[in-house]
Design a protein around this ligand. Structure first.
Ligand code: SF4
Length: 398
């Protein structure tokens, strides 16, 4: 499979012209943000954008309706969020958010930082398509299931399975080898993909890509490949860290974080981890401050209750941000949540088409403004897709 158009993933230096104005996507490798960076993003959203931070399904941030692109780039550069103008769009790195704090075999956030540095240090790797995704899973299985192009998955304290297209190759590496092996796999992908506009964007699009990259890595499989099942392990609420401190997992309705809420988060002065489930984790809190954070931020809309219906739903941008959308999907979904039409349990009914105000769906669901279904999770969901006659509701295959 090859493409007829060049990869057009937005960044900070190349904005996407969305229907509601210029959109910037800010890569956050490993999802980790320092408090000063959260503050800088909040100020940028309020003063240069539409006032919100959008959390993406790769743990990145988007700002909409960016009025002054040069000013945004300067601010992000000053905040350490634009360390390489040449490589900004290739820094797509997702890491297990709780790694090193709660459970898991290994700490992968340091490896994520090492991978980011390694990507930026190789001029050729700036040619990676903006869609290539790296996943670093500490063994709990939360991000390996995102089907990244290149990844590692801890199987012991100092042993990682090498993943290609989300599948275990049977190769095993130590922590000290992991970054270089992922960089070699990225270089192998570049060697194999077609040139220029005809090049493939993802490894799975290259015929025999997994086998050919495995060959390039020049290592022998030493284990039977792991079966990596899909999970929906969203960290929500009070989470006791292994070191006695506390992390707070917070859901963010539709991934829209208002600048004011982000400023409160920054004021807590602790690291924030963005997750690929459009939520966040505020880490390293003492118990007292953690209780205060919940008391202050829950009324502002952050979700600390694992049973909230907001945690069962996701949606594409829809109108007004996307010209292809048939409707304002997020408004329709918010109305469904507000009127208790997002139900617990599993969706039983077969495919139906119903007006927006009558959609009532159980379980995990993704709402889309057209058939492209952007941002759809990889795990099974009920599809709720806008059509000219209402929403078509399609449960996952049994
Ligand atoms: S699914 Fe369709 S309407 Fe929604 S963001 Fe994607 S292209 Fe736009």
């Amino acid at each position: 499979m090859s493409r007829s158009a060049p990869d057009s993933c937005p960044g900070v230096l190349r904005l996407h012209q969305a229907a509601d104005g210029p959109l910037a996507r800010i890569r956050v490798p490993g999802g980790r943000l320092e408090p000063t960076q959260v503050q800088a993003l909040a100020e940028a959203a309020r003063e240069l954008g539409n006032g919100d931070l959008e959390l993406t399904s790769r743990g990145n941030i988007q700002l909409r309706q960016v009025g002054d692109a040069a000013a945004l780039a300067a601010r992000l550069d000053a905040a350490g969020l634009l360390p390489s103008p040449t490589h900004e769009r290739v820094r797509n790195i997702v890491a297990s958010p709780l790694s090193g704090r709660i459970g898991g075999w290994a700490e992968v956030h340091d490896l994520a930082a090492g991978l980011d540095a390694g990507l930026r240090a190789d001029p050729r790797l700036a040619e990676l398509p903006g869609r290539v995704l790296f996943t670093l899973d500490d063994g709990r299985g939360d991000v390996s299931t995102l089907r990244g192009d290149i990844g590692i998955h801890a199987v012991a304290a100092d042993e990682f399975a090498v993943l290609l297209t989300g599948a275990d190759t049977g190769l095993r590496v130590s922590a000290s080898e992991a970054v270089e092996v992922m960089l070699d796999a990225a270089r192998g992908f570049l060697d194999l993909r077609g040139a220029g506009a005809d090049g493939q964007w993802r490894l799975h699009e290259i015929p025999g890509g997994v086998e050919r990259v495995t060959e390039i890595l020049d290592r022998s499989p030493v284990a039977a490949p792991l079966e990596l099942g899909a999970t929906h392990d969203i960290p929500i609420g009070w989470l006791d860290q292994d070191n006695g401190l506390v992390s707070l997992g917070a859901g963010v309705p539709l991934g829209i974080l208002p600048a004011r809420t982000a400023e409160f988060l920054a004021a807590v002065d602790r690291p924030v981890f963005l997750t690929p489930w459009r939520s966040l984790v505020l880490a390293d809190l003492d118990e007292g401050p953690a209780e205060t954070v919940v008391r202050v931020l829950a009324p502002m809309g952050l979700i600390f209750d694992a049973t909230s219906p907001w945690l069962r739903v996701s949606a594409c941008a829809g109108r007004p941000g996307c010209a292809k959308s048939l409707t304002d999907v997020r408004a329709d979904l918010a109305a469904a949540v507000a009127t208790d039409r997002v139900l617990p349990g599993d969706q039983r009914a077969g495919e139906v088409v119903v007006p927006a105000e009558e959609v009532a769906v159980a379980g995990r669901q993704h709402w889309s403004g057209c058939e492209r279904r952007c941002g759809r999770p990889t795990a099974p969901v009920t599809d709720v897709v806008a059509t000219p006659d209402g929403y078509r509701v399609t449960p996952p295959a049994p």
